[in-house]
Structures are given as C-alpha cells and as structure tokens.
Design a protein around this ligand. Structure first.
Ligand code: DAH
Length: 336
C-alpha cells in the first residue's frame, strides 16, 4: 500500500521541524528553508499532485498542505529570529570594549595627604556651619593687596614675596601669595551674614627648604555678621582646634599685625605633649576692608583667619621635610 498524501505530509512536516530546529546557523537554515518550502521541495510537488485527486479530496488535501507549509514557515521564522539574536549577542560579546580604567587586580591609590587635609578641614568647618568658597590663583593687585588695606607704598607688602605675571601694567597681575583675596571676592558678591572657608593654592617667591615651599596651600576663614566680637574669633579657633585635632589640643592667640585685621593675632595649637604649633594669623576684619566692598562697618563686624595646610599635614604625619609632599615619590606617598 502506497502511503497516503496525508501520511506523506505528516512525515514531511515532522522531519522538516526537526531539521529546522537542528540548523546550526543562518546559512544552514536558509538551505533547509529552500529544501523544505522552495520550488523543488516535496511539499511543492505534493501540491502539484493535487490535480490528480478526486475533486472532493482536493480541497481537504490543499488545506492540509497549506497548514503544513504554514507550520514549517513559522518554524523557520522562529528559528531565524533565534539565530539572529544569538548572532548579535555573540557580536556584542566579541566587540565589547572594556572602558574601566582600573582592573580589579590593580591596586587602588588614595588622595594626596594635602587633599585629604583640605577635605578634613572642609568637613570640620561645614560641620560648624561654614560654607566653602573658592577664588582664582591668578589675581589682580586690587584683590590681593589694595582691597585688603595694603597700599603699594605700605611696608607690609614685603610680608608677601609675590610672583608677578607679565600681563597688563607691570605689577598689576600676580599669582596670589595668600588666600585672603577670596575674602574680598566673597564679600563683593554675598551680603552678610557670611560664614565661609576658602581653601586653595598659593605662590611665593621663595627658595624651598625643609619648612617652606614656593607653592603651598592655605585655608582662609571669614565671618561677617552683626555683633561679631573678638570672643567669637577666639571661641571659633578653639572649637575648630578640638574638632580637627581632638579634645586634648587647645589654642592660644598672640598679638600680631596684619593690615587687613585690627586687632590682629597669631594663633598656635598646643599639642598634648605641651609643645606648640604655630598655625596662622587672624583678627577682626579692618573697617577699611569692609568699606572697600561696600559693607557698612557701623552695622557689621567680622573676623578672619588664615593658615597653611601643608604644614598641618606634615605635622600630623610627623614628616621632617615638607618638600617630600610634592616630590611625587610613591614610596613616600603610599605611607599615608
Ligand atoms: N593672609 C595671611 C598670610 O598669608 C594670613 C592671614 C592672617 C589671613 C590674618 C587672615 C588673617 O585672614 O585675618 O600670611
């Protein structure tokens, strides 16, 4: 008995589905597609043979063949989509770029001790209600000196061994020798009350040695409000000392002179072993300075302070030579 067209069709469909599922790639699938459904395929031949059937069998046969075609076609489409997806995934994987700069096996570095000192200082002062402000490293004579009550003729100019920039009028442009000009810039734009610290890099014409650098860092502090007194200054310095260094440290003020403060003082930190660390200068903001930025000294008063950050970092870590900080020797830096 010859197999009926329906049996042929079932066998064809079953085999076809198996071959489609087994096609390993798109090219193989295309081949299977042509063989199963193309002009020379068995299914096409079966369709052509419909004409030999009785008219009433023709309709059922045609429907069965079409159903099988549809099933096979859908299987081919599904397999194609699957293979294409896999291809894209493979391509993505192969062409993937590793954009991470460090590999898990690499050692992580850490921030420079001076950067960390600045961040720690900012933390302590923001904890005390201060904001953080910044200003430019290249300054004009006005901000660096004049507005701070240091006229050109004033002997106090020699307190800062300034590096001038060859730009504009001789002596008009300079690398800031201290962070105090940021006080002026801040007061120009911010009406009181002002409670702010201003860290930054400063420059002096100086031959570096174990305790001096030509490029170093300072942090400036400025408070301007109604009714600010010298007692507020002393209290702030002491609160800062304890918050930054610890409860076993204390501070003292010694009379001094700065053109932008009156009265002025130096402040020292007393270490638990009884030795003193000279940290910086401070004082009550000079009325001339307030007037220079349009703040009425009758209504407002304030205090300011400024100190070196590098020395702080060095004394904290017991480093004998401040120049070590910036020779960029990893054997040194890795210790902190
Ligand atoms: N600018 C001074 C310096 O570089 C430090 C200083 C002293 C800053 C007194 C102040 C201050 O704000 O009130 O030596």
């Amino acid at each position: 008995m010859t197999p009926s067209p329906t049996e042929d069709l079932q066998r064809l469909q079953q085999l076809g589905l198996e071959r489609i599922a087994a096609a390993p790639d798109l090219a193989a699938l295309q081949q299977v597609d042509t063989e199963l459904l193309g002009k020379r395929s068995e299914i096409t031949a079966l369709k052509a043979g419909l004409g030999q059937l009785e008219p009433e069998q023709r309709k059922a046969g045609g429907q069965a063949i079409n159903a099988a075609r549809t099933t096979l076609q859908q299987a081919v489409d599904a397999r194609r989509a699957e293979l294409e997806g896999a291809g894209r995934r493979q391509q993505l994987e192969a062409e993937r770029l590793d954009l991470t700069e460090r590999r898990p096996s690499a050692r992580l570095g850490h921030l420079h001790p001076v950067t960390r000192a600045i961040q720690h200082l900012e933390d302590v002062f923001t904890g005390m209600g201060f904001t953080v402000s910044e200003g430019p490293e290249v300054e004009t004579d006005w901000y660096a000196f004049e507005a701070l009550n240091i006229p050109t003729w004033h002997p106090a100019r020699s307190m800062w061994d300034t590096i001038y920039v060859d730009l504009g009028e001789p002596g008009s442009t300079l690398l800031r020798p201290h962070t105090s000009p940021v006080q002026i810039r801040l007061m120009e734009h911010t009406p009181p009350p002002i409670y702010s610290v201003m860290p930054g890099r400063v420059f002096r014409q100086e031959t570096s040695d174990a305790t001096h650098l030509a490029v170093f860092h300072q942090i400036e502090g400025l408070v301007v409000d109604r009714g600010i007194t010298f007692g507020d200054l002393a209290g702030t310095i002491d609160a800062f000392t304890k918050a930054y260094f610890g409860d076993r440290f204390s501070s003292r003020l010694r009379p001094s002179y700065f053109p932008f403060t009156e009265p002025s003082a130096e402040f020292d930190i007393r270490r638990p072993d009884g030795t003193w660390l000279e940290l910086g200068g401070c004082g009550m903001v000079h009325p001339n300075v307030l007037q220079n930025v349009g703040i009425d000294p009758e209504e407002f008063s304030g205090f300011a302070f400024g100190f070196g950050v590098d020395r702080l970092a060095v004394s904290r870590h017991g480093v004998a030579d401040i120049r070590e900080l910036f020779t960029n020797d990893l054997r040194f830096l890795e210790q902190f």
